[in-house]
Design a protein around this ligand. Structure first.
Ligand SMILES: *Cc1c(COP(=O)(O)O)cnc(C)c1O
Length: 421
């Protein structure tokens, strides 16, 4: 469920008509709904209820400071994967003891940054990383809380580029070898073992892979405890999928996902950490764009928009589907015609949809890409020297630009021409 609905024939973000935002900031732009962000966070938080838990928003899905501030205000923790994300979490007011640090390639500088600013735990992905953390923490005279990310070798049944829990993926330590790495961690100075971490992939639309992974975590936790390790926390990662279109079978609900957590791990007496990204931010955002031209091709029609693959890369990178809807609600029964929806970038890959059934649209009309909040703005680039599109946050009948579109001057000023040229 989201808060982008037609009212009086115009698509609104909460109580704000989208044409009003378009007039104020120009197109294309991203717009996020505070109410949807809050609702989705609460679905997890309330489902976990009395179970000791922390819902850590995966910042990589949508990292604007204003969005982080909304979630921090609800008590969210944050899952970060870089020093930059760590600093974003801190800048949004999240205390270090609510930040978990994931990722296969944490640099020494990033490890130091997090130890200086405070960290709930590092999710350690390799032995060399464990040794580096031990060395840095010891030198600083502090103790680094850690969980070890295990790779359970479970097929998440998702797009190969976002599956992370198979043995051939770069993530985590093979679960069969975990006991060796925990034994090493227990002996190392500057390391405090807190728990076990797992994250098997993104946009999962079934519960079975989660259940399989969590059962393996259960067995491992019992074995580690028998070896004398105090396992107090289980970080179960993120990955629950969202409906990208209304015609699809809907993925499981957060309450059903949490049901699997409780059924598989609820009796272990561990604090549960989860790291949802897409489910919180995905349907909380739209990308709004204008039609530039309609072009008649050889046996096909092209709808050329002012948004492009550099603004929303998911369709060209993952072949992802986004519903594309007109901002002015079409009259019921308006006939649909197939259209290729493309951007202005000079690559054939700059295609949002092929033969998409759309109502007739004209130059200047506004369209909205639904479910664009996650992995949208954060993956944008300035390819073709197109300035990053602005981000807008709506709250009831108010809206604010939370990241302005850079001017061409700002974009150009980041380059320097050496004096010898
Ligand atoms: C990407 C990622 C997440 C969030 O995944 P979603 O599919 O957006 O929920 C959580 N944890 C880790 C370690 C990740 O890499």
């Amino acid at each position: 469920m989201d808060h982008f609905l037609y009212r009086d024939g115009i698509l609104h973000a909460e109580d704000v008509p989208l044409p009003e935002i378009a007039a104020a900031v120009g197109t294309p732009f991203y717009v996020y709904s505070t109410a949807t962000l809050e609702r989705h966070f609460r679905l997890f938080d309330e489902a976990l209820g009395d179970t000791p838990h922390l819902v850590c928003f995966a910042i990589k899905s949508l990292s604007n400071l204003a969005v982080l501030k909304v979630l921090a205000g609800l008590g969210a923790g944050m899952d970060v994967v870089s020093g930059g994300e760590y600093l974003r979490a801190k800048a949004a007011g999240v205390p270090g003891d609510r930040i978990v640090f994931s990722g296969v390639g944490k640099t020494r500088a990033e490890i130091r940054l997090a130890l200086e600013g405070g960290i709930r735990q590092f999710n350690v992905e390799s032995e060399p990383e464990l040794l580096a953390i031990s060395e840095i923490a010891s030198a600083m005279g502090v103790t680094a809380p850690i969980a070890i990310r295990v790779n359970p070798d479970v097929d998440a049944h998702t797009h190969e580029k976002i599956a992370t829990g198979k043995s051939e993926n770069k993530f985590g330590i093979p679960i069969a070898r975990a006991h060796i790495v925990y034994a090493l961690a227990a002996k190392l100075p500057g390391i405090a073992v807190k728990g076990v971490d797992v994250h098997i992939g993104s946009q999962l639309t079934e519960l079975a892979p989660f259940e399989a992974a969590f059962l393996k975590v259960r067995t491992l936790t019992q074995a580690l405890r028998a070896d004398g390790h105090a396992i107090e926390r289980l970080d179960l990662g993120g990955g629950l999928g969202i409906p990208y279109t209304r015609s699809n079978d809907a993925p499981p609900l957060p309450v059903e996902y949490v049901g699997v957590i409780k059924a598989t791990l609820g009796d272990l007496g561990c604090e549960i950490e989860i790291e949802p990204g897409r489910l919180i931010s995905g349907n909380a955002g739209l990308l709004v764009s204008s039609v530039i031209y309609l072009k008649e091709g050889e046996g096909r029609k092209f709808l050329i928009l002012d948004a492009a693959m550099n603004d929303l890369v998911r369709p060209s990178m993952y072949g992802a589907w986004h519903d594309i809807v007109p901002v002015v609600e079409p009259a019921p029964g308006t006939p649909l015609a197939p259209c290729d929806v493309v951007g202005p970038v000079c690559e054939t890959g700059d295609t949002f949809a092929k033969a998409r059934a759309l109502v007739p649209l004209a130059a200047g009309d506004l369209v909205a890409f639904r479910s664009a909040g996650a992995y949208g703005a954060v993956m944008a680039s300035e390819y073709n020297s197109r300035p990053l599109v602005p981000e807008v946050l709506v709250h009831g009948d108010q809206f604010a630009v939370i990241r302005a579109r850079p001017s061409f001057e700002e974009m150009l000023s980041r380059d320097t021409i050496p004096e010898w040229l």
